[in-house]
Design a binder for this molecule. Structure first.
Ligand code: ADP
Length: 636
């Protein structure tokens, strides 16, 4: 071992002494971060050497590596790199004085704070090296700058002063940090424990890290490589590494690189299936967040909006601080901008896939559409972009291979159609049976079919697309194309296939009688413009949510009251026409009213609502009795 000569003593800057004092007494549990800090410093030193070698061909930048040499017997851990090393002046400057702005504030805060976890922020403030005193009684830094021949030995017990001496024999290029571990921290001289720590925090360090000649981080940092040099197999391997899903292929990946306004590399993967949809609960994974290849957070869930939470991958940026708390990161300007850029890139990608390969987009949407659509309510800035990415089933089953987009709908609709129609129900078959659908079917108007209440929530949130209001087919707001035309004076004139003039005599009386019979159970009883075959249906008054949505709310929201509905009657249905005939004689009023009540019950059942069962049973038995009497002539 090289002995040293001419020891020179230095006093630490007062703030550093204070910091060292705090660290030596720190109760902070996660002492592993020291290894991460020192490996990160070593990796930086290797980066710097590689950089210097670019302009100086005398520098040999081959075989750069980091070695951890634990010695259990001596209770010593050496972390060695063959990077730039430090000159004497650099030693004094870099590990004796505090150069970074913010470090002093950090130390002050650490001093005042009762929160022992604040130590975890140490790397952010350019004082990570000093965390070595959390582990050690004494620290030696044996270093030789690539610009010098001999090197220097720095040494301190962390008690206010350090010494610098010249070694007797020249040192290797680079730096050795020799940690003389505290007695109870022998675990850091244990190779197995060190390998575990390195795999946890430093797998992605872009230089080989070795322990006992074992290469710990043999996963190349493919995200910092140019896209053109990364093979599909490498992308696949990295995906498996990230997700622990051996053999599973992602649906797609995005490899992103930017240099300004901030620098980052990222690979994002979209899994091939949505575990949430498969009932595994909400996805709790995030992105690996690295700063210069050093892992800062394992599962960062704030780099992407919630509605992209299914993506897996890595984001690596030199512009992000290492070791910051989640809150501090979220407040970081670069972090927030990065989130915007990542979101934009993902949406760009989805946009172009949707445009270029509808089948691939369809596959993606069937898996992840239920998560993506949440963005309509969450991300105001991207609402319009997200609206274009939504897909729905449609009554026009041939449209866009069964996944209709709002833009496609608008292209297909008649020019004078000013609304986008949707229908809701538990399944497509039920929706198609809904009497409210009749007019759309008869007139060939496309209706989006929503079988998941969240879709209605999303569309309600969106309200309009491309200047077309989005309305439920059971809404009283419905405007059908060609329903009204303007005359020369610009006033609207009624011009419908079946006009009021065609209504049977007595229809107004029937409406009045049934209105009386139902009282305040309904908002109104009126002539239907939408039914062509069925006798009646229920619609929701202007502005109210669809029946399906109200039912969902009723089940989930205590005290939720369904809004009163409008009963619509179809004057051309034969049953209604017969009631009109009967209504001419007021002796039939009571019968017409009872029929009205039953029509209301029927309409409720058709809409999936529950009428008053015992009243209905009594009424139906009454009708049966009448029929049974009629049959007395054909008696037994
Ligand atoms: P930071 O790394 O955030 O700057 P540190 O306290 O960890 O803060 O390190 C202080 C400085 O010491 C570094 O900026 C670097 O100049 C120098 N340094 C630390 N470790 C090494 C090393 N292994 N090789 C060369 N220089 C180093």
């Amino acid at each position: 071992m090289t002995t040293e000569t001419g020891k020179e003593q230095f006093t630490f800057q007062a703030e550093i002494s204070r910091l060292l004092h705090l660290l030596s007494e720190s109760l902070y549990q996660n002492k592993e971060i020291t290894i991460r800090e020192l490996v990160s410093n070593a990796s930086d030193a290797l980066d710097k050497l590689r950089h210097a070698s670019l302009t100086n061909s005398d520098i040999d930048a081959s075989d750069l590596s980091i070695t951890l040499a634990p010695d259990k017997d001596e209770n010593v851990l050496i972390i060695r790199d063959n990077g730039v090393g430090m000159t004497r002046d650099e030693l004094v400057q870099n590990i004796g004085t505090i150069a970074h702005s913010g470090s002093l504030e950090f130390i002050q805060k650490l001093q005042q704070s009762d929160n022992k976890d604040d130590v975890s922020l140490i790397g952010q403030f350019g004082v990570g090296f000093y965390s070595s005193f959390m582990l050690s009684e004494r620290v030696e830094v044996r270093t030789r700058s690539y610009t010098e021949q001999k090197g220097w030995i720095w040494e301190s017990t962390g008690d206010g002063s350090f010494t610098i001496a010249e070694p007797e024999a020249p040192l290797q290029r680079g730096t050795e940090i020799v940690l003389h571990l505290k007695k109870d921290l022998g675990e850091f001289a244990d190779a197995t424990r060190l390998k575990y720590i390195l795999r946890k925090y430093s797998t992605f360090v872009p230089h080989p890290i070795k322990v006992e000649d074992e290469h710990i981080n043999d996963q190349p940092p493919i995200w910092v490589e140019p896209k053109s040099t990364v093979t599909e197999e490498q992308y696949q391997n990295f995906y498996e590494y990230l997700t622990h899903f051996p053999g599973q292929q992602p649906l797609w990946h995005l490899h992103l690189t930017a240099d300004s306004p901030f620098q980052f590399h990222s690979i994002l993967y979209c899994p091939d299936s949505n575990l949430e949809r498969m009932g595994f609960g909400r996805s709790e994974h995030g992105l690996h967040l690295c700063a210069k290849r050093i892992l800062v957070q394992n599962d960062n869930r704030d780099l992407l909006p919630d509605y992209l939470r299914f993506l897996r991958g890595i984001v690596d940026s030199a512009d992000l601080p290492l070791n910051v708390s989640r809150e501090a990161l979220q407040d970081n300007t670069v972090f927030r901008k990065m989130k915007k850029v990542l979101t934009k890139k993902v949406l760009d990608h989805l946009d172009s896939t949707a445009g270029e390969d509808a089948a691939a987009y369809g596959k993606f949407y069937r898996e992840f559409g239920s998560v993506l659509r949440e963005g309509i309510g969450e991300d105001f800035d991207n609402k319009d972009r997200l609206a274009k990415l939504l897909r729905f089933s449609s009554s026009n089953s041939t449209a866009e291979d069964g996944l209709a987009s709002l833009a496609g709908y608008c292209e297909r609709k008649p020019e004078d159609q000013t609304q986008i129609y949707f229908a809701t129900g538990t399944d497509s078959a039920a929706v198609l049976r809904d009497p409210n659908m009749e007019v759309f079917r008869d007139r060939g108007l496309e209706v989006l079919i929503l079988t998941d209440p969240v879709d209605e929530y999303v569309l309600n949130n969106l309200q309009a697309f491309d200047d077309c209001d989005i309305v439920s087919i059971d809404s009283a707001d419905l405007k059908l194309p060609g329903a009204a035309e303007e005359n020369e004076d610009g006033e609207e004139t009624e011009d419908k296939p079946a006009t009021k003039e065609d209504d049977p005599a007595g229809f107004d009386k029937v409406l009045t009688l049934i209105r009386e019979a139902l009282g305040d159970q309904v908002e109104d009883v009126r002539r239907s413009e939408r039914l062509t075959e069925s006798a009646c249906c229920l619609v929701n008054s202007a502005g109210a949510q669809s029946t399906t949505m109200q039912k969902v709310l009723q089940t989930n929201v205590p005290d939720f009251e369904m809004s009163k509905m409008i009963l619509e009657l179809n004057p051309s249905a034969s049953l209604i026409a017969r009631l009109c005939e009967l209504s001419v004689n007021s002796d039939n009023d009571a019968f017409v009213k009872t029929c009205g009540q039953q029509l209301y019950s029927n309409a409720m059942i058709m809409a999936g609502l529950a009428p008053n069962g015992s009243e209905m049973a009594d009424r139906v038995q009454g009708f049966m009795m009448e029929l049974a009497k009629d049959r007395s002539s054909i008696s037994t």
